[in-house]
Design a protein around this ligand. Sequence first.
Ligand code: SF4
Ligand code: SF4
Length: 182
Amino acid sequence: MSDYSFYLRCLLVTMLTTLRSFKRKARNRKNSFRRFLTKLEKDPPKNLDVLTTDTEKEVWAEINCLACANCCKTMTPTYTPKDLKRISSHFQMTVEQFKDKWLYKERSSGDWMNRNTPCQFLNTKTNLCTIYEIRPADCAGFPHLPKKKMVDYMHVHKQNLEYCPATYRLVERMMEKLKPQI
Ligand code: SF4
Ligand code: SF4
């Protein structure tokens, strides 16, 4: 085995172990985290958005998406018409061909989504997105930490904290910081 293959193997083992321990923690704590977010939603402290922005910076100093890629492995983005046009033309396909090959239309929302997980564009050895420069807008914005006011994103965080270590860590740190206030 070459040094590089050995390095990739070690990296993969580390990533899997970290992800497994995250999933265990998230399973155990998701309900208390969701209760905390509901409390914040009903009665947000005045400094909530400033606190969220500061906490987000701390979270990204700790979390490396390339050691995770759990969103690409377990969730699907929704494709806007612009995404569909851009990505299908990159593959020299029509939008219809692109949909036929990889996507399905969700009945309730009418959104176009990936048929399979992990995402067909994820390189599962390196965790790199193979269409990074032209990826769907939904992927570029994920996990939507301080995009709008924190209260407008509570429902998204409640959903994502089981899948995204960055969201989980954000909520965990917010709990530590706000415990005396709420
Ligand atoms: S398009 Fe890229 S970023 Fe989006 S889910 Fe697929 S691999 Fe991940
Ligand atoms: S956005 Fe979240 S789930 Fe996706 S790779 Fe980064 S930490 Fe992992």
